[in-house]
Design a protein around this ligand. Sequence first.
Ligand SMILES: *Cc1c(COP(=O)(O)O)cnc(C)c1O
Length: 361
Amino acid sequence: MSRVYNFSAGPAVLPEEVLREAAEEMMDYKGCGMSVMEMSHRSKVYETIIKEAEADLRELLEIPDNYKVLFLQGGASQQFAMVPMNLFKNRVGDYIITGQWAKKAYQEAKLYGTANAVASSADKTFSYIPDVSDLAISDDADYVYICENNTIYGTKFKNLPNTKGKTLVADLSSCFLSEPVDVSMYGLIFAGAQKNVGPAGVVIAIIREDLITEDVLPGTPTMLRYKIHDEAESLYNTPPAYGIYVCGKVFKWLKKRGGLSAMKEYNEKKAALLYDFLDQSQMFSGTVVKEDRSLMNVPFVTGNDELDALFVKEAKAAGFENLKGHRSVGGMRASIYNAMPMEGVEALVAFMKEFEANNTK
Ligand SMILES: *Cc1c(COP(=O)(O)O)cnc(C)c1O
């Protein structure tokens, strides 16, 4: 068996320990004689799996009791619709546009009411986070929406927007569980699992209780109502059962690593290795303003498309996978989620140094 260093933005690297455990339990989960993949989601055994996953997540994020945790499907993209369908009362949402994912959410909300772009960093290819300390928030806004970590562009909100009392809704897909979060600052958080916590197919939503109501937009499908999933404790229909099981293992792995404060410290050290190299390199440079840099997604360029392509090709041959930048940005991007070990980033930086030396006249 040989494993590469996988810098994919998602689906992304998972902890080897978790993969090994899942492999060991594949044929016979704890003496059940079957795989978790084959088991009824209504069984006692599975109930323990999903309840433990929720309890561990609550512990990791210190989720207040008045917030519900839902395990849903449809990807983060389905939340782009579920949020307005469930939260629109005045049918107004204020969106901060910091990249493609925020823009997609904004466009989706327009299908159901008024979506206002109250700030945007589109003028500089989303290479920064706009000043969000004093925005013109709409009086009748049902919520203010952000994408907290911009997976494609590599920026992250270091300060949450001043929502002027409105509910904050945030897409945390690519920074979920990378650091502690004060859940009470948000009305609703959602995250697709495949970036930092598990296999694709699971979306985790953390919602303040009072936002879960029957008062949804007319025509909202049953499956897209938070209330239905809340009442059924994420078992209204068959959930992405195996995916939730793997997420649960990742939560236990995070607890063993010391929780989210320890992860944050580790992630900061890991990201600094790469950013410090980029800052002194004559060949490579980061593409976003320093103060808004993401700890999870690090885009960089050489400034020369041919050299970028050569780098990606040689890196791949050396065991560094998925370093090609998003098709809309070009260049390179290293996603260094929780499960990317320090050694992976050290090896990447060493490889970049060597590449720079070999390709500088
Ligand atoms: C990947 C990603 C999405 C889309 O996720 P899907 O599960 O493919 O719908 C949305 N938001 C962010 C921040 C992402 O990184």
